[in-house]
Design a protein around this ligand. Structure first.
Ligand code: ADP
Ligand code: MG
Length: 243
């Protein structure tokens, strides 16, 4: 289970997260929706300390840390158990698909090359890229590049994968293959937090949807509760715009 409690984050004294609490039970998929600038990326970045929160606690498994005071060792432990998939893939341009997935295994996990390679091939097979191991990002479609991004996250064997608008940079015809991989992971019981505007995906896969606006979670519940039996006017207005 992963959870955040009372997370606050300011940039140059401007509050961006104003006390966000969210629990993600093991094996569940939580989808975060909300307007641009509402703090979705910042929240994900706070969970794995790409940003240092100003207040709140973060729990991953049996470790709960005071986010503001977390030691280097605690930050490393949390980073190790959380993997991130970015909108812009963030692949190394000068490395093949295999090289991109092996990088974290050899450099961060210090696995021997042969073992890293075996593991990288296995996760690339899982995302349907066994025939693209030696292709460079420039030789891959956006959908394939994002699947490499997912394989790279999977390779680290995380407790949870954090997806930040993983399909937003893709041409529409490539969105399905990435969502398909994500659905398969969800079915296998991977714990996932997904920021997305793909409402159909949220309806089908999410155990919980959280609507965030202005740095606070305005409303959360099952997809049916949030999308069909919407309680808050701000949620209703947002949904009317994206539907
Ligand atoms: P979202 O992902 O929901 O679009 P973000 O979390 O990226 O929103 O951003 C929330 C707000 O925080 C925005 O107003 C954004 O400009 C601001 N912000 C995000 N990152 C930084 C940063 N590193 N420095 C200053 N302001 C930032
Ligand atoms: Mg964002």
């Amino acid at each position: 289970m992963i959870a955040v409690q009372g997370i606050e984050k300011r940039f140059h004294r401007t509050p961006v997260l104003k006390g966000v609490s969210l629990a993600v039970p093991k094996g569940e998929v939580v989808v975060i929706v909300g307007p641009s600038g509402s703090g979705k990326s910042t929240l994900l970045r706070c969970v794995n300390f790409l940003e240092r929160p100003d207040a709140g606690t973060i729990t991953v498994g049996d470790l709960t840390v005071d986010a503001r005071r977390a030691t280097r060792a605690e930050v490393l432990r949390i980073r190790r158990s959380t993997a991130m998939v970015f909108q812009q893939y963030n692949l190394f341009r000068n490395k093949t698909a295999l090289g991109n997935v092996m990088e974290g295994l050899t450099q961060v996990r210090r696995l021997p090359a042969a073992e890293a390679r075996g593991r990288a091939e296995a996760v690339l097979a899982k995302v349907g890229l066994s025939d693209r191991l030696h292709h460079y990002p420039s030789q891959l479609s956006g959908g394939q590049q994002q699947r490499v991004g997912i394989a790279r996250a999977l390779a680290m064997d995380p407790e949870v994968i954090l997806f930040d608008e993983p399909t937003s940079a893709l041409d529409p015809e490539l969105v399905g293959e990435v969502l398909g991989v994500m659905k398969a992971l969800a079915k296998e019981g991977m714990t996932m937090v997904v920021v997305t505007h793909e409402m159909a995906f949220a309806c089908e896969v999410a155990s919980k949807v959280a609507f965030i606006d202005g740095g606070v979670i305005v409303e959360e519940g099952t997809p049916a509760e949030v999308f069909e039996r919407t309680r808050e006017e701000r949620t209703r207005q947002f949904l009317a715009r994206v539907r």
